[in-house]
Design a protein around this ligand. Structure first.
Ligand code: URA
Length: 310
């Protein structure tokens, strides 16, 4: 661990993903500290990060596009500790794979029974919804699960994060993003002044683990999406951050690669959506961390702007 990381850890601030400008509280903590950060390191870092400043055009349902200037990205990403976990999951997420078939949920012909089920789920309150997920047998994934993974966080959150599906750890613990990718996600949230139990709700497109962390099947997505849709409707977040190619393409019903989906504000059921890379992918592909930080800054712009409109 380098000096800066030790310094930040001593302050109780995650060494990764600390924003340079915000949140103010984190910066104030750093400023107040009597510990000196190596000036050369800071200069080098600033120079290296210069290229991370970008202007992002945002396409909300507004007459004029808004252009947001993105602050410098935060400090380093963590080391990879659990290569097995990441290797198992990363391939399915964001890595460009021109040869891979699109993982998009097809527009399916729904049956009257499915329509009735969706209508019923759309009317559920939280307790019924979570019970319904816990007992769900709508697709084959139920036979292999240890636990369903409903979601975690503040049901009045202004921020919602949506991942793909539970992995092994999540299946065992019944909570989303509890492995190495989850630790990174927590650090990303901390960089925004957020935590999973404070003003954030985290859920997945699928509530059950696909065997071997394979890609979800379109029919599994189709059966599970009403649950996520209802969670979003109950929470009414100001912004949804979608993590990874699969979740983004599923939610937005798109075949566009993640590299093209990010950088623009999309919409799901009238709620602004920002797409970013999956944390498991970022653990392996450090070169994309600057882009992920840009995405989070874009999400913060959207969130703050929604706040002023409320
Ligand atoms: N990856 C996801 O997309 N969701 C989880 O909950 C864990 C890993």
């Amino acid at each position: 661990m380098n000096r800066r990381a030790m310094f930040l850890e001593a302050l109780g601030i995650p060494a990764e993903w600390v924003p340079r400008k915000e949140p103010a509280a984190a910066e104030a903590l750093i400023a107040e500290s009597t510990v000196m950060v190596d000036a050369m390191e800071a200069v080098e870092r600033a120079e290296a990060l210069e290229s991370a400043d970008i202007a992002v055009a945002m396409e909300l349902d507004q007459p004029a596009a808004v252009v947001a200037t993105v602050p410098h990205m935060p400090v380093d990403m963590p080391d990879v500790h659990d290569a097995a976990e990441i290797a198992q999951t990363v391939e399915a997420f964001d890595a460009p794979s021109p040869a891979a078939a699109p993982v998009i949920p097809v527009l399916r012909q729904s049956t009257p029974a499915q329509d009735d089920r969706e209508v019923a789920i759309a009317a559920m309150a939280w307790p019924t919804l979570s019970e319904s997920v816990a007992g769900c047998t709508a697709c084959g994934l139920c036979s292999g699960r240890t636990n369903t993974v409903f979601g975690v966080g503040d049901q009045q959150a202004e921020w919602m994060l949506v991942g793909e599906a539970p992995g092994e750890n999540e299946d065992l613990q019944g909570e989303p993003f509890v492995g190495q990718a989850g630790k990174l996600l927590d650090n990303m949230l901390a960089a925004l002044g957020l935590a999973r139990d404070r003003n954030v709700y985290i859920a997945n497109v699928l509530k059950c683990r696909p065997p071997g962390n394979r890609n979800p099947e379109p029919e599994e997505v189709a059966q599970c999406e009403p649950y996520l849709k209802r969670q979003i409707a109950l929470i009414k977040p100001k912004v949804i951050v979608v993590l990874g190619r699969f979740a983004a393409q599923s939610l937005l019903r798109s075949t566009t690669p993640i590299g093209k989906l990010r950088g623009t504000v999309h919409s799901y059921e009238g709620i602004p959506v920002v797409v970013t890379y999956h944390p498991a992918y970022l653990l392996r592909t450090l070169t994309d961390k600057a882009r992920a930080w840009e995405d989070l800054c874009l999400a913060r712009e959207v969130h703050d702007r929604e706040g002023t409109q409320a």
